[in-house]
Design a protein. Structure first.
Length: 118
């Protein structure tokens, strides 16, 4: 038979270990809740990554289209600038021809006036 002192010591140990088990169960429950929350966060982050990847693909396609359009506009600008340069050269030539013709007309008028005076 156990003595009262021995029974009391066993009861204290039992209470100590029950409290310890209770604390571990509480900690386990807290850890499980934390794991569940982290899993929810992981799922949300995975969805966010999927959405960002889709946005990235859309943005990449838009950028490619814009690059193509910019290239087309640059080509058009080069052609337009070349055409403008050609037209300006033609205008300059026509202006020189006009001045030459005006000078010839002035010369012919002067010659005619001299002929009619003599």
């Amino acid at each position: 038979m156990l003595t009262n002192q021995h029974q009391q010591a066993l009861q204290e140990q039992k209470t100590f270990f029950e409290n310890k088990v209770q604390g571990l169960e509480t900690q386990l429950q807290t850890n499980e809740q934390t794991i569940a929350q982290l899993n929810q966060q992981i799922t949300a982050q995975q969805e966010n990554i999927t959405n960002l990847q889709a946005q990235n693909q859309t943005s990449t396609a838009t950028i490619r289209n814009n690059v193509t359009r910019i290239t087309q506009l640059e080509d058009y600008l080069k052609i337009s600038q070349q055409e403008t340069k050609t037209k300006q050269t033609q205008i300059n030539t026509l202006n020189r021809d006009k001045l030459d013709l005006q000078a010839r007309i002035t010369g012919l008028i002067s010659a005619r006036q001299k002929d009619s005076q003599t």
